[in-house]
Design a protein around this ligand. Structure first.
Ligand SMILES: Cc1ncc(C[n+]2csc(CCOP(=O)(O)OP(=O)(O)O)c2C)c(N)n1
Ligand SMILES: [Mg+2]
Length: 1011
C-alpha cells in the first residue's frame, strides 16, 4: 500500500530549508529512519519516517523550503504497518513504564512484608511543657503496643495519619526535621560484624601510628611541609570498617565500588597501603615531596599519583557534588545498557565543616529524586573545622539530619558507642536523652578536651535523674563512654544497613572526636586541625593509648611500625582485601579506544556555505547530528546541557536520542505532536541538567573519566553559555584537569561583543584566559565551520582514539555569517591545529604592508578592515586566522625554554615566528576577548606587535555598537592600523588622523575598562 510522508508539525517554523536528503528512490527504510534534514535559521533537525517500506518517489530536493504538511516522499509500505493510526510513542512508553512500575511495586511490597520488624525500646523524652503527663502516658503506651504487635511500619503509618488528620482539622503542626539525639539503629537491630575485633583494633592502631609518624617525620625534616594528623585520627574507624568489610575493589569480575576519600585524611590511606605492602618506607618518607618522582601527594590527586588516587576531593564541597553525579552517571550507564548493574556503590567521606560549602548540600535533592541507592555519604562529625567548632551553639548532626531528611535521604545517625547502650536503656525517665538533646556542640567538644569528672559534673550533673544514672560509674568509666564513630560495631551496623538500603541514597552521620587519641595537645582542642608536630610526650602518649609495640627509643625516633609479613595482622589485612577483590584506592584503565570517525563525516563543513549564513554553534549542532550516524561514535556521545538546548538549536536531540530520565516519561508532553517534542526516556542519551552549571560539569567529569572509573571510553560534550563556564565553575574545571578528564567543553554564545543584547553578566571576554590556566586544557576560538571540523576531529582522535589525557575547550558563537570552503593550502589543517594560518593576502600595491591577526568573529572585522586598507589607503596586508592564542603561547614558551637551556645547540623557532618571521610590516592582533588573549604571543616574535581587545564590562546593545565601544570593529581596526603604520614610520601620520576623524572616533573617550 502506498503511503505519503508529509512534513510533521515543526513548531513555530515555516518554510525551512531542506539541507540534506538521506534516502533515495528504491531504498528500503524502517519506521524512525531519518529521511531528510531540515534547517531553520537556528537549528537543524532530521525528519524520521513514520512508515517502513520501499521509497517510490521523492518530492523535494536540497535547497527546497518546506512547511508543515508538505509532501516529502511516497513509500510502498510493508504489510506490518498498522493500518490504523499507530499508538503514539509516548503512550506506549507510559504503558510500559506503568507495567514495570506495578511489577516493582509488587516486589517491593513482598520484600517489605518479609522484613521482620525488630522490636525497639521506646525512648521517652521528658518535656517540661507537658500539661497532662497521664494523657501523654496513655498515648505513648498505645504507641508501644502498636510497635510491639504490628511493628514500626504500622506505628509510622498511624503517626502519619494522625498528623494528616491534625492538619485537616486546622492544627498547624510544624514539620519535625529531627529525631532525638540518639543512634538511628537501636542496639537490638544492629547487624554484627564477623571480623576479629582484636586484630582489627591492632591493625587500626598501627595505621593510626604510621599516619601520624609520616606527618611528623616529614615536618621534622622540612618544617614547611605541613600535613594533618587530627582529621584521620577522628576517622580511622570509619575507614577501617569499610576497608575490612565493605568496599569491593575493581577486578576482572567486578567493576568496583568508588570511594571518595576526604582530602585531609590522605595520611591514613597511605599508612594502610604501607601495611598492605603497596607503599614502602621510602615512599612514606617522601610524603608531600612529590617533585621527585614517587613522592606521595599531600591530598588525593590523580594527576600526581595516577595509579593510586581516583578522585580529587580536597577543595571542599567538590567531593559531595562529584560523588552524587558519579552515582547518577553510573545509573545512566546501566540504564543505557552500556555497563552491567552489579550493585556497585559510590561512597563519599566528608567533613562536617565541609558541609557548609553550598556545593556540599547543593545537589542532595537530585540524589533523592533520582533514587540513588548506590550512593552512601559518610559525614565525619568531629564537631570541629579548622578554626573551632562547626556549630558551637547548635548541633551539626541534627542540622544535617534535618537537611537530608527533608531532601528524602535515608539518614543513619551514629552518635553513641556501645558503652552508652545500657545507660540509654536504663533512662526510664527520658532525662538522659533530654540532656543529650539540650547539650550543644561547643559543650560536647569541651568535654572531650577535659576528663571524666568534668563530664560527670557538666553533662550528667544537669538533672538528679542523670546524676543517679551514672552514680555507680567511676570517672574513668565515664571517660570511656565512647562516640559512635569510634565504635566499630556501630559503624559496621550502619554500613550494613546503608549497603542494603533501596530506593534512596543514604547518609551516615557519625559523631567522632577530632584528633582522637592525640592527648592534651591535640584531642578535641580548637587547634587540632593544624597540629602536624607532636613532641616526645605526645608521641609516647599516642603509643600507649593505642598499644603500639614500639620502645621509647623507637618512639623518640618516630619510627614506623610494620609487623612481619607472616604476622596475624598482615595476613588478616591482606586476606580481607583479597576477599573484597583487591586493593583500594587504585586507578586503572581497561577501556577500549573509540575509532575516530571517517573524515567524510566532516566533509560538509569543508565546503563553502555560499550565500547561506549560519553560526558556528549551528555548524557544531549539525556536526553532532552527523556524528550520531557514526556507529562507533554515536553510542558513546554524552551531550550535556544546562537548560539551554533551545538557545543552541539542539532541541532536535530530544526526539532523536531522548533525554535521560530514570523513571522514563510518566506524562504525555504538551508538544507530543511536534517533531522536536520533549521526550524523556529511561535509555535517553542527553543529560538535561536544568539550570545547574556545577551539576552539569560534575556530570561531564563523571563521563570524562568513565574510561577509568567504568572502563568505558565515552565522549562527553558539555555545551554551555561561555560566561557561565570557567568563570562560574572554575574549581570543578581544575578538578577535571587533575582527574585527567577527556572530553569537550563547548562555550557557546561566546565573546564579549558577539553575544549582542545580553549585557554585562552574559558577555564573556576572558574564558579563554581562564582555560589557559589549566595545563591539560586545549582551547580554540574558531571562526569558520571548517576550522571547527578540523579541531573537533583532532580532539576525537587525540582524546578518544589515542587516549591522551587532555580536554578541549572550544568557543562557538551565535552570530550568523557565510562560511568559506577550507583553503587549498596543504598546511592549512596543521596551522588550524597549531593555532594560526594565513587565510588571505592583499598585495596589489607592494608598498606598505601590515600583518593582521584575528580570532573568532573579530577575524571577520579584520578581513573587512583589510579590504578598506587596500582599497582606500593602498595598504597591503596578510590576514591570519588565529584559532588559538593559547596554543601558540604554549608552543612559544616551550621553544623559548629549550633555546635558553640549550644555548649551544641549533635554536628552535616558535610557530608564531615560523608564520610571521619573514613577513613584512608590523602586527596588529585582535579578538573578542581581553587584549591579554592576543598579547600572549607578543614575546615570541621580534616584530612590532599591537593588540586590540574587549577589556572592560560588557553591556547590552547591538553587535555593531558593542564593537565600536570596545574598538574592535572594522573602522577602529583601519584607524588603529594606520596609526600603527605611522608609529612604525611606514606612512605619514595624517592618514591615521584623517581616518580617526572620518570614522568619528573620539580620541578623548576613556578606556572602556573605566566606563
Ligand atoms: C574550598 C576549601 N576551602 C578551604 C579549605 C581549607 N581547609 C582545609 S581542611 C579545613 C577544615 C575542614 O574541616 P572539616 O570539613 O570539618 O574536616 P575535618 O578535618 O574536621 O574532618 C579547611 C578550612 C579547603 N581545603 N577547601
Ligand atoms: Mg570536622
Amino acid at each position: 500500500m502506498s503511503e505519503k510522508l508529509l512534513v510533521p508539525d515543526i513548531g513555530e517554523f515555516e518554510k525551512v530549508e531542506i539541507i540534506e536528503l538521506l534516502v533515495k528512490p528504491g531504498d528500503e527504510i524502517n519506521i524512525n529512519d531519518p529521511v531528510v534534514t531540515i534547517e531553520s535559521d537556528k537549528s537543524s533537525v532530521e525528519i524520521p519516517s513514520t512508515f517502513s517500506g520501499k521509497i517510490v518517489s521523492i518530492n523535494i530536493k536540497v535547497g527546497d523550503k518546506v512547511s508543515k504538511g508538505d509532501l516529502l516522499l511516497s513509500i510502498e509500505s510493508s504489510k506490518e504497518n498498522p493500518s490504523e493510526k499507530p499508538v503514539p510513542k509516548d503512550t506506549e512508553n507510559i504503558i510500559k513504564q506503568a507495567e514495570s512500575a506495578l511489577q516493582n511495586k509488587k516486589k517491593e511490597t513482598i520484600q517489605q512484608n518479609k522484613v521482620e520488624e525488630k522490636k525497639q525500646t521506646i525512648i521517652q523524652v521528658a518535656n517540661d511543657n507537658d500539661i497532662d503527663p497521664l494523657e501523654t502516658q496513655d498515648w505513648l503506651e498505645s504507641l508501644s503496643a502498636v510497635v510491639e504487635k504490628d511493628g514500626n511500619q504500622r506505628a509510622h503509618f498511624l503517626i502519619k495519619e494522625l498528623i494528616n488528620k491534625a492538619y485537616r482539622e486546622g492544627a498547624n503542626i510544624p514539620y519535625t526535621q529531627h529525631t532525638p539525639y540518639v543512634n538511628t539503629i537501636p542496639p537490638e537491630a544492629e547487624v554484627k560484624s564477623n571480623g576479629d575485633q582484636n586484630i582489627e583494633r591492632r591493625i587500626r592502631s598501627l595505621i593510626r601510628w604510621n599516619a601520624a609518624a609520616m606527618v611528623v617525620r616529614a615536618n621534622k625534616k622540612f618544617p614547611e611541609l605541613g600535613g594533618h594528623i587530627g582529621t584521620f585520627a577522628s576517622a580511622a574507624t570509619l575507614y577501617d570498617v569499610g576497608m575490612n568489610h565493605f568496599w569491593r575493589a575493581k577486578n576482572n569480575k567486578f567493576g568496583g565500588d568508588l570511594v571518595y576519600f576526604q582530602g585531609h585524611s590522605a595520611p591514613g590511606v597511605y599508612a594502610r597501603a604501607f601495611l598492605e605492602g603497596r607503599l614502602n618506607e621510602k615512599q612514606l618518607d617522601s610524603f608531600r615531596q612529590e617533585v621527585k618522582p614517587g613522592g606521595l601527594s599531600s591530598y588525593p590527586h590523580p594527576w600526581l599519583m595516577p595509579k593510586f588516587w581516583q578522585f580529587p576531593t580536597v577543595s571542599m564541597g567538590l567531593g559531595p557534588m562529584l560523588a552524587i553525579y558519579q552515582a547518577r552517571y553510573m545509573k545512566y550507564l546501566i540504564n543505557r545498557g552500556l555497563i552491567k548493574d552489579e550493585g556497585r556503590k559510590v561512597w563519599a567521606f566528608l567533613g562536617d565543616g565541609e558541609m557548609d560549602e553550598p556545593e556540599s548540600l547543593g545537589a542532595i535533592g537530585l540524589a533523592a529524586r533520582e533514587k540513588l541507592d548506590n550512593l552512601i555519604f559518610v559525614i565525619n562529625c568531629n564537631l570541629q573545622r579548622l578554626d573551632g567548632p562547626v556549630r558551637g551553639n547548635g548541633k551539626i548532626i541534627q542540622e544535617l539530619e534535618g537537611s537530608f531528611r527533608g531532601a528524602g535521604w535515608n539518614v543513619i545517625k551514629v552518635i553513641w558507642g556501645s558503652y552508652w547502650d545500657s545507660l540509654i536503656s536504663n533512662d526510664k525517665t527520658g532525662h538522659l536523652v533530654k540532656v543529650m538533646n539540650e547539650t550543644v556542640d561547643g559543650e560536647y567538644q569541651a568535654m572531650k578536651a577535659r576528663d571524666g569528672a568534668y563530664v560527670r559534673e557538666r553533662f550528667f550533673g544537669k538533672y538528679p535523674e542523670t546524676q543517679e544514672l551514672v552514680s555507680s560509674l567511676s570517672d574513668k568509666d565515664i571517660w570511656r563512654l565512647n562516640r559512635g564513630g569510634h565504635d566499630p560495631h556501630k559503624v559496621y551496623a550502619a554500613y550494613d544497613q546503608a549497603s542494603k538500603n533501596q530506593g534512596s541514597p543514604t547518609v551516615i552521620i557519625a559523631k567522632t572526636i577530632k584528633g582522637y587519641g592525640m592527648g592534651k595537645t591535640g584531642e578535641s582542642v580548637n587547634t587540632t586541625h593544624q597540629t602536624k608536630k607532636l613532641d616526645v610526650d605526645d608521641l609516647l602518649y599516642y603509643r600507649d593509648r593505642f598499644d603500639v609495640p614500639l620502645t621509647d627509643k623507637q618512639v623518640k625516633n618516630v619510627e614506623y611500625f610494620k609487623p612481619d609479613e607472616k604476622s596475624l595482622e598482615i595476613k588478616y589485612i591482606k586476606e580481607k582485601r583479597m576477599r573484597l577483590g583487591g586493593f583500594l584506592p587504585e586507578r586503572t584503565t581497561y577501556s577500549k579506544p573509540i575509532k575516530a570517525p571517517a573524515k567524510d563525516i566532516f566533509d560538509f563543513m569543508k565546503v563553502s556555505t555560499g550565500e547561506k549564513e549560519m553560526s558556528t554553534t549551528m555548524a557544531l549542532v549539525r556536526m553532532f547530528t552527523n556524528l550520531l550516524r557514526d556507529k562507533n561514535v554515536s553510542p558513546k556521545l554524552v551531550p550535556i546541557i544546562p537548560d539551554e538546548a533551545r538557545t543552541f538549536g539542539m532541541e532536535g536531540f530530544f526526539q532523536k536520542i531522548g533525554i535521560y530520565a530514570h523513571e522514563g516519561q510518566k506524562y504525555e508532553p504538551e508538544d507530543s505532536a511536534q517533531l522536536s517534542s520533549y521526550r524523556e526516556e529511561k535509555t535517553g542519551q542527553v543529560l538535561e541538567e536544568g539550570i545547574n552549571e556545577a551539576g552539569a560539569m560534575s556530570s561531564w567529569i563523571a563521563a570524562a573519566t568513565s574510561y577509568t572509573n567504568h572502563d568505558i571510553e565515552m565522549i562527553p560534550i558539555y555545551i554551555f553559555y561561555s560566561m557561565f563556564g570557567f568563570q562560574r565553575i572554575g574549581d570543578l574545571a581544575w578538578a577535571a584537569g587533575d582527574s585527567q578528564a577527556r572530553g569537550f567543553l563547548i562555550g557557546a554564545t561566546a565573546g564579549r561583543t558577539t553575544l549582542a543584547g545580553e549585557g554585562l553578566q552574559h558577555q564573556d571576554g576572558h574564558s579563554h584566559l581562564i582555560a589557559s590556566t589549566i595545563p591539560n586544557c586545549i582551547s580554540y576560538d574558531p571562526t569558520f565551520h571548517y576550522e571547527l571540523a578540523v579541531i573537533f576531529r583532532e580532539g576525537l582522535r587525540r582524546m578518544h582514539e589515542k587516549n591522551e589525557n587532555v580536554f578541549y575547550y572550544i568557543t562557538t558563537m551565535n552570530e550568523n555569517y557565510s562560511h568559506p570552503g577550507i583553503p587549498k593550502d596543504k598546511d592549512c589543517e596543521k596551522g588550524i591545529l597549531k593555532g594560526m594560518y594565513k587565510i588571505k593576502e592583499f598585495s596589489r600595491y607592494k608598498k606598505t604592508k601590515i600583518q593582521l591577526l584575528g580570532s573568532g568573529t573579530i577575524l571577520r572585522e579584520m578581513m573587512a578592515a583589510a579590504e578598506i586598507l587596500q582599497n582606500e589607503y593602498q595598504i597591503d596586508s596578510e590576514i591570519w586566522s588565529v584559532t588559538s592564542f593559547n596554543e601558540l603561547r604554549k608552543d612559544g614558551m616551550e621553544v623559548e625554554r629549550y633555546n635558553l637551556l640549550n644555548p649551544d645547540k641549533d635554536q628552535k623557532v616558535s610557530f608564531v615566528e615560523q608564520c610571521l618571521g619573514k613577513t613584512e610590516g608590523p602586527i596588529l592582533a585582535a579578538s573578542d576577548y581581553m587584549r591579554m588573549n592576543s598579547d600572549q604571543i607578543r614575546p615570541y616574535t621580534d616584530k612590532s606587535f599591537y593588540s586590540l581587545g574587549t577589556d572592560g564590562y560588557g553591556r547590552s546593545d547591538t553587535r555593531k555598537n558593542l564593537r565600536k565601544f570596545f574598538e574592535v570593529d572594522k573602522e577602529h581596526i583601519v584607524a588603529y592600523g594606520l596609526s600603527v603604520l605611522a608609529k612604525e614610520q611606514l606612512i605619514a601620520s595624517k592618514y591615521a588622523k584623517e581616518a580617526i576623524k572620518k570614522y568619528n572616533i573620539d580620541g578623548d573617550k576613556p578606556m572602556p575598562t573605566k566606563l
